[in-house]
Design a protein around this ligand. Structure first.
Ligand SMILES: NC(=O)c1ccc[n+]([C@@H]2O[C@H](COP(=O)([O-])OP(=O)(O)OC[C@H]3O[C@@H](n4cnc5c(N)ncnc54)[C@H](OP(=O)(O)O)[C@@H]3O)[C@@H](O)[C@H]2O)c1
Length: 321
């Protein structure tokens, strides 16, 4: 299949291109930062420079590539500073999820591309009621808290626009497995605390497993939404001490809710105490997806034992807001 991967130079994009090329697909991979041409070519794809927020350029690139399938993996999180207002940190990514998705869908329509798969997110989006683990059919939060509303709306837009066009939205868990994993630095520095009872649930997925699910999704008809997460959604009080231990860090600090709200803001408190995570039953059943790392327990150990002492560039932590 001839596949157009938007965001091919990113954390998930590079893994995806590698797997697609390995399975004999022809890949056109887009990037935004000038230095990434060679990176994409080295993976065996045809590199194309593209700003997804330029709809005219998107149309031109897609029509020229004549793909049979399009995958949207573009986000803008590499240099994002995570402040108490998540919407501010996700501003550019939200535009990529709304305007970037719309531009790609319009181009796909015009080029007669019927397979369309796009990146969405699984955790922290569901109505904060009932059990901690949600399926694709469970309702999303009808009233996201302040500081997350624009991001929630952008993810909802992507899910709805893609499925309305007959495509597949993949709600990935929190990625790990790359050199720039966002949790490593704050956990090593004890800047990621357990807030309150630490009862907020997270879903994770190793990047290789996420890429494998994406390749499978390309072989299936939509419309559909799949949670691409591992088998073990877990509360912060469970996974965070394990990750700290694997990284050789001191145990995480504990912070009362009122203090976290004051210094880190409402979104950090919600994530730490009240967020829901996701079930992967549908993706395993419908896509025939099997995971190399069914749990973050093995995945974190395998990943960070290898990365040993390499500490990525500092990122703002939840605690510092
Ligand atoms: N589910 C999750 O947990 C999740 C999801 C996404 C990202 N992340 C994390 O966030 C961190 C950063 O992610 P990342 O390394 O993939 O970098 P990123 O900055 O999020 O970039 C992702 C991809 O989107 C492209 N891109 C950015 N702006 C674009 C635009 N305006 N038009 C077209 N393409 C654009 C990038 O191109 P260039 O690289 O060439 O600029 C890259 O190919 C990583 O730690 C990653 O794991 C996590």
């Amino acid at each position: 299949m001839r596949v157009f991967v938007a965001g091919a130079s990113g954390a998930i994009g590079t893994r995806l291109v590698e797997q697609l090329v390995g399975q004999g697909h022809e890949v056109i991979g887009t990037y935004r930062s000038p230095g990434n041409t060679r990176r994409i070519a080295a993976l065996g794809a045809q590199p194309v420079s593209l700003d997804l927020l330029d709809a005219v350029a998107v149309r031109k690139a897609v029509l020229a590539a004549e793909p049979e399938a399009i995958v949207h993996e573009a986000t803008a999180l590499a240099n994002a500073r995570f402040t108490r207002n998540l919407d501010r940190s996700f501003k550019e990514t939200n535009r990529l999820r709304i305007d970037g998705t719309d531009a790609l869908l319009a181009a796909a329509r015009e080029a007669g591309v019927h397979r369309f798969v796009a990146q969405s997110f699984a955790s922290m989006r569901h109505a904060r009621e009932g059990g901690p683990i949600k399926t694709e059919d469970d309702p999303l939060d009808p009233a996201p808290i302040r500081g997350t509303r624009e991001s929630s709306a952008a993810m909802r837009h992507l899910d709805e626009a893609v499925t309305a066009a007959g495509g597949i939205a993949l709600r990935y868990g929190g990625f790990y497995g790359a050199d720039n994993d966002g949790l490593v630095y704050p956990v090593r520095k004890r800047q990621f605390p357990i807030v309150g009872d630490g009862g907020g649930y997270f879903s994770f997925v190793h990047l290789d497993d996420a890429a494998a699910a994406t390749v499978l999704a390309l072989e299936h008809d939509g419309p559909a939404i799949y949670n691409i997460v591992d088998d073990e959604p877990a509360p912060v009080h469970e996974w965070l001490p394990v990750l700290a231990d694997i990284l050789g860090a001191e145990p995480p600090r504990r912070v009362p809710v009122w203090l976290a709200r004051l210094f880190a803001g409402g979104p950090a408190v919600m994530m730490g105490t009240d967020s829901r995570a996701a079930s992967n039953a549908k993706a395993k059943r419908d896509l025939g997806w099997t995971l190399r790392y069914p749990s973050w327990r093995q995945g974190f150990a395998a990943t960070y034992a290898r990365q040993a002492e390499t500490t990525p560039a500092p990122r703002a932590s939840l605690a510092r807001g």
